[in-house]
Design a protein around this ligand. Structure first.
Ligand SMILES: CC(C)(COP(=O)(O)OP(=O)(O)OC[C@H]1O[C@@H](n2cnc3c(N)ncnc32)[C@H](O)[C@@H]1OP(=O)(O)O)[C@@H](O)C(=O)NCCC(=O)NCCS
Length: 180
């Protein structure tokens, strides 16, 4: 999309607040669906979106003091977001003070333009403010682009875990990176 500038041409990140719940819920559901629709049935996808991305759920997450949401807007439109929270990984990792990178999404027209790198730097800053020394995340094993991006951003594979998308059992990689 030619009208989309590179990451240096867009604004700064801001912290999400409860008033962002509806916009964020819609953006998060759309980007999740675009990323994973091919990996499950539409009924499973609909059930998962209703459970994980409703406005109420999003509002709870935005209010949670153990969680931080970063939003990036361009000309008033949300183009990327990340959420970090105090939550232990599903597998044992030999690192202290590990914060979860719970969600990390850049809208498709902005892929490959440096937005994800800026989003990662902002997410790391927010995780440090939550007292973290390490970040962990889980990523679907079939999400090759995200895994390549995380490796480029300094994450290493720490093991496998499972993720239930409705009744569909899927397999994720757990990756970790230092915050220092
Ligand atoms: C994951 C995401 C944030 C990465 O941002 P991005 O701007 O696409 O990342 P980049 O383009 O800088 O890096 C992706 C790398 O994967 C590579 N890549 C692209 N498609 C790939 C594929 N199918 N298989 C393997 N590598 C791939 C790119 O070439 C690039 O590597 P390079 O810089 O060495 O060329 C973004 O793609 C996104 O939001 N995806 C949808 C949501 C998502 O999957 N979120 C993560 C959930 S855990």
């Amino acid at each position: 999309m030619d009208s989309v500038p590179d990451a240096s041409g867009i604004g700064t990140f801001r912290r999400g607040v409860e008033a962002d719940a509806a916009t964020l819920a819609a953006f998060a559901a759309r980007t999740f669906q675009e990323t994973f629709a091919h990996s499950t049935s539409s009924a499973n996808m609909d059930a998962h979106l209703a459970a994980a991305y409703g406005v109420e759920q999003q509002g709870r997450e935005l209010r949670d003091p153990g969680s931080a949401t970063l939003l990036l807007e361009h000309e008033g439109v949300l183009v990327a977001f990340a959420q970090v929270r105090r939550k232990a990984p599903p597998i044992e990792v030999p690192y202290p003070r590990v914060i979860e990178l719970q969600r990390f999404y850049v809208d498709v027209p902005w892929h490959g333009r440096g937005v994800a790198q800026r989003l990662m730097a902002a997410a790391k800053g927010a995780a440090r403010e939550l007292g973290g020394e390490w970040l962990w995340l889980s990523v679907w094993e079939g999400n090759a682009r995200a895994i390549a991006f995380y490796a480029k951003a300094g994450y290493v594979d720490a093991g496998g875990t499972e993720f239930w998308l409705g009744p569909d059992r899927q397999f994720d990689r757990v990756m970790v990176a230092p915050l220092g």
